[in-house]
Design a protein around this ligand. Sequence first.
Ligand SMILES: [Mg+2]
Length: 269
Amino acid sequence: MTPEQPAPANAYSVERQLGDADGLLVALDFDGTLAPIEDDPDAPEITEANRLAVQRLADHPDTLVAVVSGRQLADLRPRIGIDGSRYVGNHGLEYTVDGEREVHPEAEARMDDLRAAREEIEARLADMAGVHVEDKAVTLTVHYRRAKDATAEDVTAVVEDVVDPIEGLQTGSGKMIVEVKPTIEWHKGAIVEQLREEVPDSWQTVYVGDDTTDEDAFEVLGEGDFGVLVGERETAADYHVPSQCDVSRLLNWLVGGLDGEIPGEKRTE
Ligand SMILES: [Mg+2]
């Protein structure tokens, strides 16, 4: 731990300030946050420490917990499997309400165009070894982490060439991926704002994430909220932890803060 890494100090200041919270909306990214990033996109699982911490948070009466991911809902939910948590897939285009899946109507309307785009992208990427198109029901993700020769630029150029002429669809980028998604002003920040409508105004929001798509969520946070970046880079988040391994400690601090376990910062009822 080097002095210029502000993580412990930052995490501690989050903990102190959360001592005053009436309740918390806790929104958590999955890949790179609750689960370590792996080469095989099918491999990531929530760590046991994070599973216990998320369960503690979800069981607490003064929380609303949501896992907010770019993965599709059908893929995300079984990787966590905590009943008390909400699940939000495809960056908010599909989500659970009372345990049932709901889809943004605009996304539903783009399904045929998306299918056509997938067929053309797959045909044109067929000779790029290690590049894989994942069908996520309402979006596509083109993975190039395991590409043999193709560069990010090669893959992005093909996807944009196919998608740009299609009205109603757009491309986006993330860690070693290119996405194809409906042209809707909808992202992780929009879903966080939607979730906030369900909790009392006096509650604070905590958002923890590592990816560029998490910036949309950090940007909607206000005074008294806590955006926590996992890792190191330029960010709209006010706080960070150095790595994915530090997330469970942060989550357990959040529970401790709600229960007034913070020395000198007891929560007032
Ligand atoms: Mg992530």
